[in-house]
Design a protein around this ligand. Structure first.
Ligand code: NDP
Ligand code: 8X3
Length: 247
């Protein structure tokens, strides 16, 4: 049985990924700050299939402690799913809250590289895989995207850069870059359930399960195959966005 380390498993894409991988015969380390949600996943899927690791990804010492505390049967990580992340705010850069920018950089950029660096020796030794959740926001700019877009451009690019460094090791690396997925993402970004419902209303957005099934498919491809990057959108979304400001 193979083991996946899934960050951000208390909601959305990460939670759906744990369910999809366990249903396909994987064991998962499920991480996040909301302990009760991780415990609910353990109760639903079984303690032999899910190990809860409660920590804030921005806390490198807590990350070390969580890795050191992995039970023996979960310690051999074959797949890292770099998923934990968030957007805060949609204000234009000239009005944005610097604290929001810092949280996004600390979570989406710093925490991702720190965790990846810590798990790389195990992943290399096991010829494992890394699947990171970047975003279309890293490729296509929209107003108010500013630091979120920048952090996801970093995620998209760092993941591809890992592929170059891991050349010859047998480790597979994939950057998944989704568009609109209905999760708690917009609630976290705006602080408003109403704003979240409004964004997704009538748009038939992708679901956490859509992305989770894509992650499982990539993870289970034959070992000689590597998907480098994969961009997904709901049919209702596209990437046209040029604007002209007139006098
Ligand atoms: P959710 O808000 O539903 O889930 C985010 C997850 O990240 C939660 O489990 C949360 O756990 C975890 N997380 C956030 N901050 C921290 C932290 N400091 N420490 C530990 N865990 C943290 O959003 P999604 O499922 O949509 O987002 C998952 C990823 O997908 C993100 O990287 C996001 O940028 C990306 N993405 C999302 C898209 C969308 O439209 N929804 C599209 C493209 C990419 P907890 O709060 O319990 O700590
Ligand atoms: C989330 C997708 O388009 O809201 O990464 O930025 S988007």
């Amino acid at each position: 049985m193979k083991t996946a380390f899934v960050t951000g498993a208390t909601a959305g894409i990460g939670e759906a990924t744990v369910r999809a991988l366990v249903a396909s015969g994987w064991r998962c380390i499920a991480t996040g700050r909301r302990q009760e949600r991780l415990e609910a996943l353990v109760a639903e899927l079984g303690a032999d299939k899910v190990h809860p690791a409660v920590f804030d990804v921005r806390d490198s010492a807590a990350m070390d402690a969580a890795i050191a505390a992995l039970p023996a049967e979960f310690a051999g990580v074959d797949l890292l799913v770099n998923n934990a992340g968030l957007a805060k705010g949609l204000s234009p850069a000239q009005e944005a809250d610097l604290a929001d920018w810092q949280v996004m950089i600390d979570t989406n950029v710093t925490a991702m590289v720190v965790l990846t660096r810590k798990l790389l020796p195990t992943l290399v030794a096991r010829k494992g895989a890394i699947i990171a959740i970047g975003s279309v926001a890293g490729s296509y700019i929209y107003p108010g995207g500013n630091v979120y877009a920048g952090s996801k451009a970093f995620a998209n690019h760092f993941t591809l850069a890992l592929r170059a460094d891991l050349h010859g090791t047998g480790v597979r690396v994939t950057s998944i870059e989704p568009g609109m997925v209905e999760t708690e993402f917009t609630l976290v970004r705006t602080g408003s359930q109403e704003a979240s419902d409004k964004l997704y209303s009538g748009a038939d957005p992708m679901t956490g399960e859509d992305i989770a099934n894509t992650i499982r498919w990539i993870a289970e491809l034959p070992l000689h195959l590597n998907i480098n990057r994969l961009e997904l959108m709901p049919v209702s979304q596209d990437f046209a966005g040029f604007r002209v400001a007139r006098d």
